[in-house]
Design a protein around this ligand. Structure first.
Ligand SMILES: [Zn+2]
Length: 340
């Protein structure tokens, strides 16, 4: 464990020559500190089709090869060496067509203030519509940036071209944002810190947690690991209280768990749940790591299908969020279902 933490910290350490010198790109580029939560950013805003942003024109860095034994399968959790108590908190940043989703500032503020690592599965469209916040997340050593599809479409119903758009769109958005970050004076002055930022996103979470064997293969062709979860907090349900979310986190987490939450304004009581759950997990001896660090520390538990709590349970989204052609709009009815 110590080796993992030290390696990650070292990657972002620029220099110890001067005590005044920033130690991370986030500190260098936002020297006054990252702007804290603003209430206007929290709630998703519905709007016209002009909210449907274009995928950035961006050529991509070469994709890494996914291990043959992992191809065609999704990772639900990680089996760890005995005694190693690591857990990965994950937050989805879903953004559907015809909306600008929220930025749940109190969640980011709490994690930063308390030095808690986390992974953000971001829609590509969310990355573009929240460009400054996205650059802050990318530059933050505590956070890993991962993909949640371009516009939260059910990949089981997409054509081949649309599937590629959904999978590669966030990659283009990430690399474009990384590129603009790299042109900033703060990054030019901190080349080691900038170069430590991953060139590509390495992880993908399917919108709604729903996939097909074709989609799994395409994700792996794109050099991405498919990440599900084994702890579902139910946080998109407005009726799920902070206490209930915290209880789900604390009682269901075991070493190697991946915890699903939302930070796009639809994790209604998530921010209030974190101060309830995280100190308890710390007291139980858990260390918080990113999903990539968790995978590097053990052996992924793989399944050939994607699901929430049991195989087949995300197939319902074929009916609840039907996609008819490219420009259709998913329905959002949180009285009858939960958008994951
Ligand atoms: Zn989602």
């Amino acid at each position: 464990m110590a080796a993992i933490v030290l390696a990650a910290a070292a990657a972002y350490t620029v220099s110890t020559a001067s005590a005044a010198e920033p130690t991370s790109l986030a500190a260098a580029c936002w020297p006054g500190g990252i702007a804290r939560a603003q209430s206007a950013e929290l709630k998703p805003v519905k709007g016209p089709r002009t909210f449907d942003l274009a995928i950035p024109q961006q050529s991509l860095a070469p994709a890494r090869a996914i291990p043959a034994a992992w191809r065609g399968q999704a990772i639900r959790r990680v089996e760890l060496p005995k005694g190693l108590k690591l857990v990965a908190l994950t937050f989805d940043l879903c953004e559907s067509p015809a909306e600008i989703a929220g930025y749940d500032g109190p969640i980011f503020d709490y994690l930063r203030t308390n030095g808690v690592k986390a992974t953000f599965f971001s829609g590509g469209k969310w990355l573009v519509s929240h460009a400054e916040r996205s650059r802050q997340i990318i530059a933050e050593p505590l956070f890993e940036t991962a993909s949640h599809g371009w516009a939260h479409r059910n990949v089981r119903q997409l054509s081949s071209a649309e599937l590629d758009r959904e999978i590669l769109g966030p990659q283009r958005a990430y690399e474009a944002l990384r590129g603009t970050l790299g042109k900033a004076q703060c990054a030019i002055q901190q080349p080691a810190a900038f170069n430590a930022l991953p060139q590509r996103i390495g992880l993908f979470r399917f919108p709604f947690g729903a996939c097909s064997s074709t989609a799994l293969q395409r994700v792996h062709d794109a050099g991405l690991l498919s990440i599900q979860w084994d702890v579902s907090t139910g946080d998109p349900d407005p009726h799920q209280s902070a206490q209930a979310i915290a209880r789900a986190i604390v009682t269901q987490t075991r070493p190697g768990s991946i915890v699903l939450m939302h930070a796009n304004g639809r994790g209604h009581n998530t921010a209030a749940a974190l101060p309830l759950a995280i100190p308890k997990l710390k007291a139980l001896g858990y260390t918080f790591v990113t999903v990539s660090e968790l995978i590097a520390a053990g052996t992924p538990v793989l399944t050939p299908t994607c699901y929430d709590s049991r195989p087949g349970d995300t197939d319902k989204y074929d009916r609840l969020f039907p996609i008819v052609g490219v420009r259709s709009e998913p329905r959002h009815d949180f009285r009858t279902t939960i958008q994951r």
